[in-house]
Design a protein around this ligand. Structure first.
Ligand code: ZN
Length: 412
């Protein structure tokens, strides 16, 4: 048992406690600007204050805490993640990355240690985008990349974003005040891996090399509907059978090109037992930490599925619905995190993130780094999301090494 054991337990218990702030009593569901978001910010603020931090909430509903260095011109390191969840989500995705650094600050206070730089912790209000459809609202406000057209966003109950902000006590017209451009010298996010790689390698933590860029497409495949009993097999233009062949081709090509590609949504528009499918729609989500590799893979997929459509006498329309490039983590920060892992006495390991994170937004204004912590079976966005207290203990020790040895240059 290390000196960090009580702080790991504290972190774990606080994750449990925040899970009570859910807008659905049967599952974890905490959306942006909800009453539960407000309750969460308040509780996090109290924990930040107990750890000796000065606190405030910004105009996007992000909760901040600061530990100011005695040297006035010191650089500023920000640690943080998000406090919102998806519907029927878990207790640790995002939340761990806010509560774990607070526990470390508590440890520093209890052991009367100070840092040679300014440390701030942020709990972003929205990362998942489940209330208004657009993601990373909290971190993009901080990064100064808030979009003016977000004023037109409405939630499922027809409440507009400006009104939701008013109800929360915020003013959308002051959103630019959140921007922290030139005020942050480095951002580091701690997050559960949300995948099975660390567990498979028997490791508590890993250093993130890059966050994969994603492209998404909506594919519409048109054939000709017909009677399931009367149209001979060789005369059919079956859109669903065509989609099936395409889905397998996408899977095979993703393996060849070493990217991840997923068809997660498939709709057969006629959808009757005795009708040959005349029209089918499906999605493609393709990701890689290497944008060029991803685009080459997609070009191969496009060529292959168009050929399948042609051979089956079908028409295929492909429409891109989303595109974001990969974000590379800062090399110096990666090295520092790796050194901290080595100092802690465990094998350093680097991996890419297939999921998006607040770090992507923060990369617009400062060097960024990410540390992944193992989660059980890689499950996330699910009530079965689970972590181990001894992994939290190890992550705290690694983060402590990182902070003790780290001198960040002030951005110019
Ligand atoms: Zn997350």
């Amino acid at each position: 048992m290390s000196a960090f054991y009580p702080y790991a337990t504290l972190t774990y218990e606080r994750c449990e406690q925040l899970a009570l702030f859910s807008q659905d009593s049967s599952c974890m569901d905490r959306r942006y600007l909800s009453k539960e978001h407000q309750q969460t910010n308040h509780q996090v603020m109290l924990w930040m204050q107990a750890a000796g931090m000065r606190t405030w909430q910004d105009e996007a509903g992000n909760q901040w805490g600061a530990l100011t260095s005695s040297k006035p011109d010191s650089p500023t390191l920000v640690l943080g993640s998000h406090l919102d969840t998806v519907p029927n989500g878990g207790k640790y995705d995002g939340i761990l990355g806010v509560l774990l650094p607070i526990s470390l600050v508590q440890y520093l206070q209890d052991t009367e240690q100070s840092l040679p730089f300014n440390l701030q912790i942020v709990g972003f209000g929205d990362e998942e985008g489940t209330r208004f459809g657009a993601t990373l609202l909290g971190s993009r406000a901080v990064a100064g990349t808030w979009q003016e057209n977000w004023s037109a966003l409405v939630d499922a109950d027809d409440i507009g974003l400006p009104q939701a902000m008013r109800n929360f006590g915020l003013d959308i017209n002051k959103i630019r005040n959140c921007s922290r451009e030139q005020a942050i010298d480095a951002f580091v996010e701690i997050h559960i891996e949300q995948g099975p790689v660390l567990e498979a390698n028997n490791l508590a933590v890993g250093v993130v090399s890059a966050i994969a860029g994603a492209r998404r497409f909506k594919c519409t495949l048109t054939g000709f509907a017909g009677h399931a009993g009367t149209v001979p097999m060789h005369m059919r233009q079956d859109a669903l059978a065509g989609a099936a062949e395409m889905i397998l081709a996408i899977e095979a090509l993703a393996k060849v090109h070493q990217v991840v590609a997923t068809v997660g949504k498939l709709t057969c528009l006629s959808g009757a037992t005795n009708v040959i499918s005349g029209k089918t729609e499906f999605s493609i989500d393709i990701r890689s930490e290497n944008d060029a590799q991803r685009d080459i893979a997609f070009a191969a997929i496009e060529q292959s599925i168009q050929a399948i459509a042609h051979n089956r006498n079908l028409t295929l329309q492909i429409c891109q619905t989303h595109s974001a490039n990969a974000v590379l983590c800062d090399e110096a920060l990666q090295n520092k995190l790796t050194q901290a892992i080595v100092r802690h006495g465990i094998r350093p390991f680097a991996l890419a993130s297939g999921a998006g994170h607040d770090t992507m937004a923060m990369a617009n204004i400062c060097p960024v780094g990410m540390l992944f912590m193992r989660c059980e079976k890689g499950i996330s966005h699910h009530p079965a999301e689970a972590i181990r207290t001894d992994d939290v203990e190890q992550t705290l020790a690694v983060l402590n090494h990182f902070m003790q040895t780290f001198h960040i240059p002030k951005q110019t």
